[in-house]
Design a binder for this molecule. Structure first.
Ligand code: NAP
Length: 545
C-alpha cells in the first residue's frame, strides 16, 4: 500500500461484529470515547451465529452463561428459553445487544477488511476494505472468530455434483428443504453431530459419511426451569465471577477427586449420574484427571463406548460408531441430542469412510470404495481452517512489511494470545495462544476486550503511542502453551486444534489449555507489573517497561 490516501483517520478499527466485535466497539466508543469504525462481512451482527444457521445449531454452553456480563440490567432483562441456546435465539440476543447499545451506528456491513499495514513513520495502521474504503487507525483489533473460515475438502469431482451442496458454516438464510430428499452429510464433528439428528427427521434418507467416530455426551436439552433462572439472576454476579476463575469459563466447582482413586462402583455411579444430567459436567464435574491422565481417561472413554453399544441396536453399526483411535477429550468434547439413537432409524445409513474412503464426488452423489451413493443434497460438516485461517485471508503487515502469514508459517506466535511481536497496536480478541475455543467464549471474549481496553486506556492516560509485545516474552509464552498442551490428551488425536484438518497446515496446538482462571491471573499480573513483556513508547525513542 504505497502512498496511502485515507478518507478517515480513526482511533480504532475493529474487524467483526460478533460477540467480540460488539463488546469491543462498546468499550472503545462508549467507555473510552474513541472514534471507532467496525467492519463486518455479514449484512448484520452475529458473527458465528450469523453464519452457522444449519439445522440443530445451538451452543454447548448453558444459555445463562452464554451471554455478556458487562451490563447487569441486560443480564436481568434477557430471558433464555432453553437449557442450551439455539442459534436463532443467540442471534436475536446479539441483535438485541446491538440495538440496546446502538452498536450498528459505526458498523459498516457487507465489508471485508482485505489489508492492514502498519506504517512505522506515522505509527498508524493503514486499512483497506473490499468496498474500497481506505482509513488509518491508531489501533487495529480483530474480533474475527476462531472458526470463521469454512473448509470444504478438495475431493475429486467436487464441482461436478448436480444437486445442492452446503457448508454448515455458510448456511442459506432461507433454510434448506430436506423433505423427500436423499441427503449426504460429510463430517461428524460438532456441526455434524448437531445437524444429523435433525436432518434425519426431515430427509427421505440420510447417509452419514463418517471418517472418525466421536465421543459425545447427551445434552439433555430441555426448557429452562423458570425457578432455576430466577435463582441464577439473584446470584448472577457470584455465578459469573466463579466462571471467570474456573477452568472452562463455566461456574462448575473444581473437582479434586481422581478417577483412579475410587472404587469401580463409585466411578460408575459418578459417570451414570453425569450421563443422566447431561452436558459438560460429565467432563468438568466428574474427575479432575480425565483430560490429563490416560488411565483415568480410559475409564471415561470406556464408559461412553459402553453407552454407544447400549443405545445403537445394530451391533455392526454400533462398532463403527465406537471411537477406538483416540481418547475422549483429545478432540473437541461434544454434547448431542439423540445423536447415537439416530442410527436406529430406518432412513439413516452410516457410511464408514475410514475403511472405504470417498474416491470422488460425482454428478449424482458420492462414490466411496464400496460404491456410489446417489444424493440430492450434500452437506459439508467438514469444519474450519481454525484460529489462523481468517487471519491468513487478510494481508496483515507489521514492522518492516513483515506479513503475519509469513511470521506464522510454522504456527501462530503470540504473546498471551492477544498480541504478536512486530505488529504494534494490534490486538486479537481470543487469538491463538489464549483459552478461546477451550472455554465458554463470552467469558474469554469479555476478559480480552477488557484487558485490551485497559491497555489502551493506560496508553491514552499516559500519552503513549505504541504498544508492542517483546519477542522474548512471546517466545516464553509460546513455549508455555506447548508445555501445557503436552500434558493433555489433546496431542493424541488429529484435530483442528492442531491444524490437522487442513492439508499442509503446521501441526501446532493453537489454543491455551491452562484454563481461563490461570490465564486471567497471568494477564492481570502482566498489567499490574506495568505491562511486562511489552514495550510501550511515545513513538520514538522506545521506553522499555
Ligand atoms: P470439525 O470438528 O472440524 O469436524 C469436521 C468433520 O468433518 C470431522 O468429522 C472430520 O473428520 C470430517 N472431515 C473433514 N474433512 C474431511 C474429509 N476430507 N473427508 C471426510 N471427512 C472429513 O468441524 P465442525 O463440526 O464444524 O466443528 C468445528 C468446531 O466449531 C467445533 O469443534 C466447535 O468448537 C465449534 N462448534 C461448536 C458448536 C457448539 O457449540 N455446539 C457447534 C458447531 C461447531 P475427522 O475427524 O476424521 O477429521
Amino acid at each position: 500500500m504505497e502512498s496511502f490516501t485515507a478518507t478517515q483517520d480513526l482511533d480504532a478499527v475493529v474487524i467483526g461484529s460478533g460477540f467480540a466485535g460488539l463488546y469491543m466497539n462498546y468499550r472503545l466508543r462508549e467507555q473510552l470515547g474513541m472514534d471507532t469504525q467496525v467492519y463486518e462481512a455479514g449484512d448484520n451482527v452475529g458473527g458465528t451465529w450469523y453464519w452457522n444457521r444449519y439445522p440443530g445449531a445451538r451452543c454447548d454452553s448453558e444459555s445463562y452463561m452464554y451471554c455478556f456480563s458487562f451490563d447487569k440490567q441486560l443480564m436481568q432483562d434477557w430471558e433464555w428459553s432453553g437449557k442450551y441456546p439455539e442459534q436463532p435465539e443467540i442471534l436475536r440476543y446479539l441483535n438485541h445487544v446491538a440495538d440496546r447499545f446502538d452498536l450498528r451506528r459505526n458498523t459498516q456491513f457487507n465489508t471485508r477488511v482485505i489489508a492492514a499495514h502498519f506504517n512505522e513513520a506515522t505509527h498508524r495502521w493503514e486499512i483497506e476494505t473490499d468496498k474500497g474504503d481506505k482509513v488509518t487507525a491508531k489501533f487495529l483489533i480483530t474480533g474475527i472468530g476462531c472458526l470463521s473460515s469454512g473448509q470444504i475438502p478438495n475431493i475429486a469431482g467436487r464441482d461436478t455434483f448436480q444437486g445442492e451442496s452446503y457448508h454448515t458454516g455458510a448456511w442459506p438464510h432461507g433454510g434448506v428443504n430436506f423433505a423427500g430428499k436423499r441427503v449426504g452429510v460429510i463430517g461428524t464433528g460438532s456441526s455434524g453431530v448437531q445437524s444429523i439428528p435433525v436432518i434425519a427427521k426431515q430427509a427421505d434418507h440420510l447417509y452419514v459419511f463418517q471418517r472418525t467416530p466421536q465421543f459425545t455426551i447427551p445434552a439433555r436439552h430441555h426448557t429452562v426451569d423458570k425457578a432455576f433462572l430466577d435463582g441464577v439472576k439473584k446470584d448472577y454476579d457470584a455465578i459469573y465471577e466463579k466462571a471467570r476463575w474456573s477452568n472452562g469459563g463455566l461456574p462448575i466447582d473444581p473437582i479434586e477427586r481422581s478417577a483412579l482413586a475410587v472404587s469401580d462402583e463409585e466411578r460408575l455411579a459418578v459417570y451414570e449420574a453425569a450421563w443422566k444430567e447431561g452436558g459438560f459436567k460429565f467432563l468438568f464435574g466428574s474427575f479432575f484427571d480425565i483430560g490429563l491422565d490416560r488411565r483415568a481417561n480410559d475409564t471415561a472413554s470406556e464408559f461412553i463406548r459402553s453407552k454407544i453399544r447400549e443405545i445403537v441396536k445394530d451391533p455392526d453399526v454400533a462398532e463403527k460408531l465406537v471411537p477406538v483411535d483416540h481418547p475422549f477429550t483429545s478432540k473437541r468434547a461434544l454434547i448431542d441430542t439423540d445423536y447415537f439413537d439416530t442410527y436406529n432409524r430406518d432412513n439413516v445409513t452410516l457410511v464408514d469412510i475410514r475403511h472405504a474412503p470417498i474416491q470422488e464426488i460425482t454428478p449424482k452423489g458420492i462414490r466411496t470404495e464400496d460404491g456410489e451413493y446417489e444424493l440430492d443434497i450434500i452437506v459439508f460438516a467438514t469444519g474450519f481452517d481454525a484460529m489462523t485461517g481468517t487471519f491468513n485471508r487478510i494481508d496483515i503487515q507489521g514492522r518492516d512489511g513483515e506479513k503475519l502469514k509469513d511470521k506464522w508459517a510454522a504456527g501462530p506466535l503470540t504473546y498471551l494470545g492477544v498480541t504478536t511481536a512486530g505488529f504494534p497496536n494490534f490486538f486479537m480478541i481470543t487469538g491463538p495462544g489464549s483459552p478461546s475455543v477451550l472455554s465458554n467464549m463470552p467469558v474469554s471474549i469479555e476478559q480480552h476486550v477488557e484487558w485490551i481496553s485497559g491497555a489502551i486506556a493506560h496508553m491514552n492516560e499516559q500519552g503513549l503511542v505504541v504498544i508492542e509485545a517483546d519477542e522474548s516474552a512471546e517466545k516464553e509464552w509460546v513455549a508455555h502453551v506447548n508445555e501445557v498442551a503436552e500434558q493433555t490428551m489433546f496431542m493424541l488425536a488429529d484435530s483442528w486444534y492442531l491444524g490437522a484438518n487442513i492439508p499442509n497446515k503446521p501441526r501446532v496446538f493453537m489454543p491455551y489449555p491452562g484454563g481461563v482462571g490461570a490465564y486471567r491471573q497471568k494477564c492481570n499480573e502482566v498489567t499490574e507489573a506495568g505491562y511486562t513483556g511489552f514495550t510501550i513508547s511515545k513513538g520514538e525513542p522506545a521506553v522499555a517497561q
